[in-house]
Every structure is written in structure tokens, then in C-alpha cells.
Ligand binder design. Structure first.
Ligand SMILES: [Zn+2]
Length: 101
């Protein structure tokens, strides 16, 4: 998968379009990632103990990686990622500034 945990990404569709955040979890099988603080839904949490109040918490939902773009740490632009094959190594490269990511 071209987007990895720890990457900074920009969301390109939906209500958080244009916002950037850090990938905190990735789901390679589903081609989805969770971006810190983005694409959240409000969930109500029921009180677990008697006397406790129910709460509304915002939980980030997975975003399809086709809806995010990597933000290059070097040139700070949202970019498509390319792979450069060197021998048996596959390196991710920023399409804009050609820096290895
Ligand atoms: Zn770059």
C-alpha cells in the first residue's frame, strides 16, 4: 500500500476535504487508513456504571486511500506516490520533488 502509518495525508473528498492529518492506523487489506482527528463520526457511549453519564465521542472512521493524498515531508505538497525500483528494493518517491519517502 502506498500510504503507511505515520504518513501525513491530505483528504481530497468528503466533509474534511483539504484537511491534513497523520495516519494512525492502516488497513492494507481494505486499502483504508485512519487519519488522526479526521473523518470523525459522533458516537454515543453508554454509561458503564450506574451514576455515570452517557457521552458523545468523536471517533475517526477509516478513509479509503483513494480519497487521500500523501503530503510530502520534503516539499510539503500533496502528491501522488511513485515507486522507484532499485535492485530488489522498492522505494517510494514523491512525484513532485523526486525525494525518497
Ligand atoms: Zn516532495
Amino acid at each position: 500500500m502506498k500510504i503507511k502509518k505515520g504518513d501525513k495525508v491530505k483528504i481530497i473528498t468528503g466533509k474534511d476535504r483539504g484537511k491534513t492529518g497523520k495516519v494512525v492506523t492502516s488497513f492494507p487489506r481494505d486499502k483504508k487508513v485512519i487519519v488522526e482527528g479526521l473523518n470523525t463520526v459522533k458516537k454515543s457511549v453508554k454509561p458503564r456504571k450506574e451514576g455515570e453519564k452517557g457521552q458523545i465521542v468523536e471517533t475517526p472512521m477509516p478513509v479509503s486511500i483513494s480519497n487521500v493524498m500523501l503530503v510530502c515531508p520534503k516539499c510539503d505538497k500533496a502528491t501522488r506516490v511513485e515507486y522507484k525500483i532499485e535492485g530488489d528494493k522498492k522505494n517510494r518517491v514523491c512525484k513532485k520533488c523526486n525525494v525518497e519517502l
